[in-house]
Design a binder for this molecule. Structure first.
Ligand code: HEC
Length: 213
């Protein structure tokens, strides 16, 4: 018995502090990653509760008592400029599409176009543009056009801009997802795709023709 008491004394004497530390840590750690239905205890306010104005809320800061403000008249937010040029409309007049891409075609433009095409268009049109993407395999009634049709090879860039912006028949509009400049980059890439499949030896620079198989 006295042995037991001595052992207990030893434990409390030497191990009390580390043991308390381990127990307290376990207590706090147990809270992490646990699934529970009740609202978690917030020792400090979560960031989702901050002082801010939500939509339609009143404010005493402004004379009219509204927190939501109108943009200052006659100003345009940075990056939000949309004039009537063909860059934003895809047209040179209300009834005429612009023939050629108004964005300069560089390697960067094509790279951007490829990235955006693979994100936004490939799910339906497939990465090679033939129209055999993943979506039409699930919805077989949804007939996706091949971008290699002669009609689409010869159509104007503004026409394709119009398709992306407003959609056409069963194709939805991508106006809100894709910035105008990105739409033009996609069109440049679609042209590259079209050219890559309909190419002849004449399209290959003379210095590289010897390497063709
Ligand atoms: C959700 C599926 C889907 C996505 C995503 C999609 N398309 Fe389409 N697209 C279609 C369908 C379906 C058609 C055929 C429309 C019809 O004729 O009813 C079509 C037709 C077209 C046509 C031919 C229009 C014509 O004149 O007949 C073009 C050009 C085109 N798409 C370009 C694009 C580009 C560029 C993107 C990416 C920004 C894109 N599409 C994204 C489904 C899609």
């Amino acid at each position: 018995m006295s042995k037991l008491i001595r052992a207990a004394g030893w434990i409390t004497g030497y191990c009390a502090a580390p043991l308390t530390f381990v127990l307290v840590s376990a207590f706090f750690l147990a809270g992490c990653g646990m699934v529970q239905r009740s609202t978690p205890i917030e020792v400090w306010d979560d960031m989702k509760r901050q002082e801010k104005f939500g939509p339609q809320q009143p404010s005493t800061l402004f004379a009219d008592g509204r927190a939501s403000r109108r943009p200052v008249e006659g100003t345009v937010a940075r990056g939000a400029m949309r004039d009537e040029s063909s860059l934003y409309t895809g047209r040179i007049s209300p009834t005429m599409y612009v023939g050629q891409n108004p964005v300069e075609i560089t390697k960067e433009t094509l790279r951007l176009g490829r990235t955006k095409f693979n994100v936004y268009c490939a799910p339906c049109h497939s990465e090679d543009g033939t129209g055999k993407g993943i979506v039409p395999t699930r919805f077989t009634a949804w007939q996706v056009t091949s971008l290699h049709e002669d009609r689409l090879r010869t159509t104007s860039d503004g026409d394709i801009f119009n398709v992306i912006t407003h959609g056409r028949r069963t194709m939805p509009s991508y106006r809100t997802q894709i910035e105008p400049r990105d739409r033009w980059a996609i069109i440049a890439y679609v042209r590259a795709l079209q050219r890559s499949t309909g190419a002849t030896t004449a399209d290959v620079p003379e210095s590289l023709r010897a390497g063709l198989k």
